[in-house]
Design a protein around this ligand. Structure first.
Ligand SMILES: Cc1cc2nc3c(=O)[nH]c(=O)nc-3n(C[C@H](O)[C@H](O)[C@H](O)COP(=O)(O)OP(=O)(O)OC[C@H]3O[C@@H](n4cnc5c(N)ncnc54)[C@H](O)[C@@H]3O)c2cc1C
Length: 403
């Protein structure tokens, strides 16, 4: 039987372990943390927050894969009035719609945008500088980057199209992403994957078989001692807020004057209230807001927090008095890959590192949006590891026959 080792028990590690085990391999998975899920964890307690405003996009490859295996689970219902309760800040005031130029730009196919030019330059020639800047800020909600206009036009345009798609691609698993990770872990157990948590791997054992390193790229760089394992990512202030509900609150505010995004994790007061108490992200009568305000490398967390508060002042009157719980955070280099002009996902660190070592994660050479990169690379790493170990087994067999 083929033996495969997976290091890291986040979304990528679990997807790789399940795929390899489904193909008949004997899989051992090592996770440094005491729980599985990685960045797809959901915090315990009355406020079940994901690590930042996390959405599962239903046009992604992971969607069908999870669904086919019954791992997607129940989703928070999309409020019928969501579109009507979405607000955009532009020129310092709240509006119901984005500028027309942004919508016009979003209709252009991703293939029309060049890889080698930055998004702002390309979009400015198409719709003028003001709308181009607004479009760059629009897409910052899915990029977690402080200056999306400086990134590759092809990369940003593909994400702008997905972020503006109607009906929305974004869905929220009930009980948070942690529930999806738990279901994936249960599936892995059922398939006989040996899972060891609180088990950090600091070095690969001598004579190791196929290994899938499904950690962050930073951790893989340290583990493999390979300084070339680097790719650009975003830096963003995070804010989680439980507010007492007020009629008329928007369900989300997207900042088009600067990169920033506030969204209600529980769209209260509209159809489809959550019923099962243990699955709610916030107690009754309250709504949970999650926000992300991307900041540059020279900016501090408090700069992002100040911008979040300005956005709250505009969109959620009286929010300070209504706040029952709050948590601020910073995600630095943890929000997935972004591609600079002249680069695509193909230029990121390759999955196959040679010597039976394969990388999986959201900053490696695989296509997709955010966690879709982890998923795509996990499947590719598992299939390469299986192929590699079959080839090795066949080689050993032939050597034995020759001997
Ligand atoms: C604020 C924020 C918002 C996001 N929003 C979205 C979103 O809306 N939609 C979306 O699709 N994606 C989103 N993402 C991205 C998504 O969370 C990640 O792409 C995905 O969770 C990455 O999974 P992974 O398994 O590749 O890495 P991780 O989740 O980081 O898993 C790596 C695992 O490896 C373990 N590990 C590390 N080193 C070792 C070692 N030496 N030995 C053993 N184990 C080790 C870690 O403990 C961890 O559990 C967001 C991320 C952040 C931070």
């Amino acid at each position: 039987m083929l033996k495969i080792t997976v290091i890291g028990g986040g979304f990528a590690g679990l997807a790789a372990a399940i795929t390899a085990a489904e193909c008949g391999a004997r899989v051992s998975l090592y996770e440094a943390h005491h729980t599985l899920g990685g960045r797809a964890r959901t915090s315990e307690g009355p406020y079940r927050t994901n690590d930042g405003p996390h959405a599962l996009y239903n046009r992604g490859p992971h969607w069908t894969w999870l669904k086919q295996r019954g791992l997607l689970g129940p989703l928070a219902p999309l409020p019928l009035l969501e579109g009507a309760r979405l607000r955009f800040r532009r020129d310092g005031a709240l509006h119901r719609t984005p500028p027309l130029g942004v919508l016009r730009l979003a209709r252009r196919p991703a293939e029309a945008a060049p890889v080698d030019t930055d998004f702002l330059t390309w979009a400015t020639t198409a719709v003028g500088e003001k709308a181009a800047r607004a479009a760059a800020h629009y897409v910052a909600g899915t990029l977690f980057h402080h200056d999306p206009g400086s990134l590759s036009a092809a990369f940003v345009q593909e994400r702008l199209r997905r972020a503006t798609h109607l009906p929305s691609e974004a869905h929220h698993p009930r009980g948070g992403w942690g529930q999806v990770a738990e279901r994936m872990a249960a599936r892995a157990w059922d398939l006989g994957v040996r899972i060891e948590t609180t088990s950090r791997v600091d070095a690969l054992p001598e004579g190791h078989g196929p290994v899938i390193v499904a950690t962050t790229l930073d951790a893989a760089r340290r583990l493999l001692g390979d300084d070339t394992l680097y790719w650009t990512s975003g830096r963003t202030t995070l804010i989680d807020l439980a507010l007492s509900t007020r009629r008329g609150d928007p369900c989300a505010v997207r900042d088009l004057d600067a990169p920033g995004w506030l969204t209600a994790a529980r769209p209260d007061g509209v159809r489809g209230r959550f019923t099962a108490k243990d699955l709610t992200p916030a107690p009754a009568g309250q709504q949970l807001l999650q926000g992300q305000l991307p900041i540059g490398p020279d900016r501090s967390k408090s700069d992002g927090t100040a911008r979040a508060e300005a956005l709250l002042d505009l969109g959620f009157p009286g929010w300070r008095d209504r706040t029952v719980w709050r948590r601020d955070g910073l995600a630095n280099g943890r929000t997935g890959a972004v591609d600079l002009p002249g680069t695509t996902w193909r230029d990121r660190p390759a999955i196959d590192r040679g010597d039976g070592i394969y990388l999986a994660g959201d900053q490696v050479a695989a296509p997709g949006l955010l966690s879709e990169v982890s998923f795509n690379s996990a499947l590719e790493a598992a299939s390469l590891a299986l192929r590699g170990s079959r080839r090795r087994a066949l080689g050993n067999h032939l050597d034995l026959k020759r001997a």
